[in-house]
Design a protein around this ligand. Sequence first.
Ligand SMILES: [Zn+2]
Length: 358
Amino acid sequence: MGIRRLEDFNTVFRLKSIWLIFKESGSLWVAWLKRHIFKRKGLWGTKPSPKHSWGIRKLLMFKHKAADFLHCRLGDGNTALFWHDNWTGLGPLIKYVGVEGPKLLRIPLYAKVKAASKGLEWNLPGARSDRIQVALTRISAIPVPSSESGKDCFEWKATATEYRDTFSSSATWKLIRQQAPVVPWHSMIWFSLSTPRLSFIQWLVLLHRLPTRDRLARWGLLDNPMCVLCQLAPESHSHLFFDCCYSRDVWIPFASACFQSPPLDVDQCSSWLAAQPQARSSTRKSFAKLILQVAIYLIWSERNARIFKGESSPAEKTRLTLDRFARDIILSRKSSTSAHPWSLMDDWLLVTSTIQIL
Ligand SMILES: [Zn+2]
């Protein structure tokens, strides 16, 4: 416990040093670091090297942690780095979009945010991937940099949801030690059969953060908001999960094999599962969560394949994929969670035996 506290203390100290780099641009120490250590790449692009002193190496090793605490309120866009500073709320865009980002958006790796604007408009090419679409949606909601907005202003996390332009050691200490708050749908996303890649998409769905066509149309990035799966209604989170007839054809047969009356609204799934009797149903609950996670992933992938590749599959084929996907996940848990993967597989076959997949 004592060692843990000492480690936390050290972390707060290093984080404060990093904060000073952003706030005390007039200090000799910061000027020296920028001139002799960071040079053109800045703090984010500089890697620890044996040539650096011990203190500088430590500082550089903590910069990734600092990225979770720093936020930039955009002003003239002449200080914030487009790819490395967190000015969109998505964290550093180079991490969010990936290393292909600078090429796809034609913004150099160490460009300032200002480089992404032209006059009173953002000047960025169209989306070439899902993540870029999310980033563009965010950016379109941020005022374009202008000298009238003053300089870019860096802020430090004070609580889980608030940033301030001062550093508080005690608030940072608390945030380092504090566990993330448990949200009601936490157990829907993280459970014994969950997969990180699928959990991530499901998390975005539950926060209503996917770049659905209704949102893109609202931001002026798209003219036609209609759902590409059914063409019958505008595409929104509640339509896709699971008001849409295509989505329903994928979700309902599997979900109702687990429990009666599955909801057609993804936000209701957590209370639907909580209402099921506990006795005998824990395996079924895991299956229902697995089905929900895989169904969301496959429906979103199908929607993207139609938009970005012009390829489409009927609902029957997606049901078949869901079944195969779920079996693969169940079998892959062999060495980790379950001592009897085959009995879990037997349960899956039993539960899904009544479903007409094709
Ligand atoms: Zn639809």
